[in-house]
Design a protein around this ligand. Structure first.
Ligand SMILES: *[C@@H]1O[C@H](CO)[C@@H](O)[C@H](O)[C@H]1NC(C)=O
Length: 311
C-alpha cells in the first residue's frame, strides 16, 4: 500500500495559493490530522473525494467572487465613464441647443433682412419705372419743344425776311420821294401874344415859329398840313393864366386826338402828346374845346411835331 504523501501539505499550498484565510487553514489542518488518523481506506477515499469536492466548490465560489468584484469594478468604472459621457453629452447638447437657438435667430434675421431687401427692391423697381416714364415724358416734351422751337425759328425767319423786305420797300419809296420833296418834316412854334376869350373849336395860332422843316406848318393859320403819308409825332404844352377850368384838344381834321385840361388854380401848365398815322393832306391843329378860354404867351405855350417815318 502506497503511503499517502502529505496531502494536507499539498492542499495547504493550494489553499495558500488561492488566498484562503488563516481560520480556514486551521480548520483544514485539523480535518487533515483527523483524516490521517483514520485507517479505513474506503472511508479515506470517500472523505478525500468529499474534501476535494468542497475545495472545488470553495475555489469556484472564490473565483466567482473575484469575477463579480472585477465585474462590479468594471461596471462602476463603466458607470463613471457613462456618467462622464452623459455629463459631456448634456453639456454638448446644451451647447448645441444654444447654437441651434442662435442659428434660428440668425435665420429669422436673415429672413427679415431678405424680406426688407425684397421690399426695397420692389420700391426701387417702382421708382425706376416712374423715372423711366418721367424720362420718356421729358423726352416727349423736349421733342415737342424742339419742334415748336423749329416752328418759331421758321416764323421768326419769315418775319425777319418780311421786315427786311418792308424796310427795303420803304427805303426804295423814301429814295423815290427824296428826289421830289425835302426829307425832313418837323416844326415847332409858340404863342407870340396872350390869347383871350377863345370860342369852341377856335384854332390856337402859335405865331412864332422856331423850326419849320418842309414848311408844313402854317403860322398864320396855326395848322399843320400833312405833306405825305406816315407816322407823325406831336406834342402840345399850354399855360393858362385864368382861374377857371379850361379844355383844349389836338385835332386831326375834325377828329379829336389828344386833350389838355386845366383846373382853376391860375398859371397852370398842361401837356400831352400824340403819335398819329396820317394821310397826305390831313390837317392837324390845337383848338379850344369850350367858350371863353385863355392862354399865356411865350415858350410855355408851344406846339411841335415831326414825321417819324413814312411806313
Ligand atoms: C415873336 O417873334 C417876334 C419877331 O421875331 C418877336 O419880336 C417877338 O418878341 C416874339 N415874341 C415872343 C413872345 O417871344
Amino acid at each position: 500500500m502506497e503511503p499517502f504523501v502529505d496531502p494536507g501539505k499539498k492542499f495547504e499550498t493550494k489553499e495558500t495559493y488561492t488566498g484562503l484565510s488563516t481560520s480556514k487553514l486551521t480548520c483544514i489542518t485539523c480535518i487533515s490530522k483527523w483524516f490521517l488518523r483514520n485507517q479505513n481506506i474506503v472511508f479515506r477515499s470517500v472523505l478525500t473525494s468529499l474534501v476535494f469536492v468542497i475545495f472545488v466548490l470553495i475555489a469556484i465560489r472564490n473565483g466567482q467572487d473575484g469575477l463579480s468584484r472585477e465585474v462590479s469594478f468594471r461596471l462602476t468604472s463603466l458607470e463613471n465613464t457613462v456618467g462622464d459621457l452623459t455629463q459631456k453629452f448634456l453639456e454638448e447638447k446644451h451647447r448645441a441647443d444654444t447654437l441651434f437657438q442662435q442659428l434660428t435667430s440668425l435665420e429669422n434675421t436673415v429672413g427679415y433682412v431678405t424680406q426688407k431687401f425684397l421690399e426695397e427692391k420692389h420700391r426701387a423697381d417702382k421708382l425706376f419705372q416712374q423715372l423711366t416714364s418721367l424720362e420718356n415724358t421729358v423726352g416727349d416734351i423736349t421733342q415737342m419743344f424742339l419742334e415748336e422751337k423749329h416752328r418759331a425759328d421758321k416764323l421768326f425767319q419769315q418775319l425777319e425776311k418780311s421786315r427786311v423786305k418792308r424796310r427795303h420797300n420803304c427805303h426804295k419809296a423814301h429814295d423815290q420821294t427824296q428826289t421830289n420833296v425835302a426829307t425832313s418834316v418837323a416844326f415847332s412854334a409858340y404863342l407870340a401874344r396872350d390869347l383871350d376869350n377863345l370860342g369852341p373849336d377856335q384854332t390856337v395860332i402859335f405865331e412864332n415859329v422856331t423850326l419849320n422843316d418842309g414848311n408844313a406848318y402854317n403860322p398864320l393859320l396855326g395848322t399843320f398840313h400833312v405833306p405825305r403819308a406816315g407816322m407823325y409825332f406831336f406834342t402840345v404844352t399850354l399855360q393858362s393864366f385864368q382861374k377857371r377850368r379850361q379844355w383844349f384838344t389836338l385835332v386831326a381834321d375834325r377828329q379829336m386826338q389828344t386833350e389838355l385840361l386845366f383846373y382853376p388854380f391860375g398859371h397852370q401848365m398842361a401837356t400831352n402828346t400824340a403819335v398819329l398815322r396820317l394821310n397826305e393832306g390831313q390837317i392837324v391843329r390845337v383848338a379850344a374845346s369850350e367858350k371863353g378860354v385863355s392862354l399865356q404867351n411865350g415858350y410855355t405855350s408851344k406846339f411841335s411835331g415831326f414825321l417819324m417815318n413814312e411806313c
